[in-house]
Design a protein around this ligand. Sequence first.
Ligand SMILES: [Zn+2]
Length: 243
Amino acid sequence: MNASPADQRRLLDIADLDARIRQAEATRKNPPQAARVNELLTRRQELSLELSTRLGARDDLRAELARIESDVAVVDARRARDTERLAATSNVKEAQGYESELASLARRKSDLEDAELEVMERLEEADAAVAEQEALIAETNKLGAELSAEGKRVVAEASAALESATRDRAAISATVPPDLVALYERLATRSAGAALLRRGTCEGCHMVLAGTDLQAVRQAAEDAVVTCPECGCILVRTEESGL
Ligand SMILES: [Zn+2]
């Protein structure tokens, strides 16, 4: 096929726009933030699971504390009743009975108070553990929201880039003979389509052309369409080609 050097050079612009279109499409479909957002979603699930465990532990301690407090109330009521009865009785044996029960109730109360203190300490730790986990989740949510917003911005930018590159490509390809564009498009399905030959190297596949191949390119007519013997793309010759 023959085409003017100027038309052949326009293929480089088309190839460049096609590369930009492909990149914009890839970014739009899968912005770099998407993977990280998914990681954060998984992380949040793990953190939430751990939060449930910690909330459960805290609820257990709260229930335990409530049980102890109700036991203390029972002991207090019992002591009040025994104290009252002790004051009212004139029976020595009965009085001894109340005194001994009051002593055992005092021991029981002291034990309960020790247990209460211990559970309160553990409850304080459990509250801190819950707060710590909630803070981690809030941080993860914040990061996720930021990344999502960034991802949306990147997708919007890629869409705009895609639109403008598509428009430019249509404008440029309208100025190039259709059969040349068709050849480029056919070759572009398995190579760069068209690439600059720079200092004897194909910029489509980055291979240095062998001496005989370079000689053949050198001898080709100016308007001949030559292709790279390595990758098959159209080799566009300019003053940079080193011919
Ligand atoms: Zn090549």
